[in-house]
Design a protein around this ligand. Structure first.
Ligand SMILES: [Zn+2]
Length: 274
């Protein structure tokens, strides 16, 4: 969950029922089984934790959860009951719930002109420069502080706002053409592009769905989203195999904040139906 939340996140699973054969093969590999278990659990927890989220999203999650016995909500369930039951089920399956913590894979900092001697800290405690710290809101204050050194006359240099408030202002600033903010999100897009290529080496998924706050249709402009996705694609491309360059799709999420959970829950549903 942690690895796929924040300003932007990538989900390497298909959303549509009529998934191409390559997706089906990938889902059946042992490597992805923990991911499916984990996402099923996460999706069920989301159903419990966010009962008032968008009705359409909640309906999809509820339908999926009710069709899968281990995650099936019980009438008497409280959120903590469901969580405990799912964790117990997962432990019985000898799953650590750690599958696809891709946000905590390291960024190849040397490709971004950084030595990596002092990577941004991450909430998970790792010190190798987690992707999450370089692509989401969590690391944005550090990236802003670094980038501001190049913009000494910028309004945010003198601002008395908190680091988080300053970071939260960047998305709007970028959409108004603020060079500092644009540079920051261009950098984040490059990191995401490298991450996509990295995951493509391991999973060969055929499609990446980019979600999160930078792809939110309600608060971002088409130009902003197109620029981010273009840089993601351009950065990933040189690191893909030749066949992947012709076929890999990198597209924006269309289902809002719960896109990843809905997609993962549907993967689990299709898997359970063989
Ligand atoms: Zn981390």
């Amino acid at each position: 969950m942690r690895g796929l939340t924040g300003a932007a996140s990538a989900c390497a699973f298909p959303l549509a029922p009529a998934a191409p054969p390559r997706h089906s093969r990938a889902m059946q590999t042992p490597l992805l089984k923990p991911a499916i278990h984990r996402w099923l659990a996460v999706s069920s927890l989301l159903l419990m934790a966010w009962p008032h989220s968008a009705p359409g999203q909640t309906a999809v999650l509820k339908q999926v959860a009710e069709s899968l016995e281990p995650a099936k909500p019980k009438a008497q369930d409280k959120p903590e009951d469901a969580r405990a039951r799912i964790i117990q089920w997962d432990q019985e399956a000898r799953d650590t719930l750690a599958g696809m913590e891709a946000g905590h894979m390291p960024v190849p900092l040397h490709l971004l002109g950084r030595g990596g001697d002092k990577p941004f800290p991450c909430g998970c405690g790792r010190d190798w420069g987690c992707v999450e710290a370089y692509t989401t809101l969590s690391g944005l204050p550090y990236l802003l502080a670094e980038t501001l050194l190049k913009y000494p006359d910028h309004e945010l240099t003198k601002s008395t706002a908190t680091p988080k408030e300053k970071a939260l202002s960047l998305r709007n600033r970028a959409q108004k053409g603020d060079p500092l903010a644009v540079e920051i999100f261009d950098f984040q897009a490059r990191v995401m592009g490298l991450h996509v290529a990295n995951l493509a080496m391991a999973l060969d998924p055929g499609i990446f769905i980019i979600g999160g706050g930078l792809m939110d249709h309600e608060v971002t402009t088409p130009d902003f989203r197109d620029r981010y996705l273009r840089i993601v694609r351009e950065t990933a491309r040189p690191y893909l195999w030749a066949q992947q360059r012709d076929t890999l799709k990198i597209i924006p999420a269309a289902l809002g904040e719960l896109s990843q959970a809905i997609g993962a829950a549907l993967v689990a549903l299709y898997q359970s139906r063989g």
